[in-house]
Design a protein around this ligand. Sequence first.
Ligand code: F6R
Length: 241
Amino acid sequence: MKIISARDYGHMSRQTANIISAQVILKPDCVLGLATGSSPIGTYRQLIDWYRKGDIDFSQVRTVNLDEYVGLDASNDQSYNYFMCHNLFDHINIDPDNTNVPCGVNPDAEGECARYDAVIRSMGGIDLQLLGLGPNGHIGFNEPDDCFSRHTHKVALTEATIQANKRFFEREEDVPRFAYTMGIGDIMNARRVVMVVSGSGKASIVKEAFFGPITPRVPASILQLHRDFTLVADEAALSQI
Ligand code: F6R
């Protein structure tokens, strides 16, 4: 595990964008695993800026997102599909056919999860997976549990996640209770994993996840065993280690 200590959110975002940019330059048709949430927005803004300056070309890049709320379609402004278009895809020269997000409105959960795993397999796996860290240690929507999950599956969101994510919705009742998420096995199979974390609110979970025991009760702790895991965090998030 490598830890890159950044001064603040802006610095963390630029450092992470540099790593992703290097990946795309070295392998123009790479597969990027992408995340939503507040943490990677600055990284996406920096990548858009470099694209506009002509420094990075996404024309051959393929992407696969971590997760999607069950019940929300791509036109819903709270869906992760919408988030990705709004915060990245609409601003760069990526081919929309090369982008993948689980389909939240497929009622056939088993079929949708099997389809998504087949997409990841057909791409030859993920070259670089970007992650955020949930306040309860979740990655993707892999919530604390008794065991680690292997593949894409439907998950019931925990109360902690509903509370953390309600800030994006008008009313707490609007927060979906289920999501489709890549499994821990899918994430661990990525050839490189980069996590962005910022703010003092994440300091205790950073300590627990990366300096505590490896346990499915803190899903991110499994990343301690990944061969190429980099944590890019600001000083506030690293303040307890
Ligand atoms: C998002 C995702 C989640 C978030 C996590 C942190 O696709 O999978 O695991 O990365 O909830 O969210 P923020 O960055 O909003 O604190």
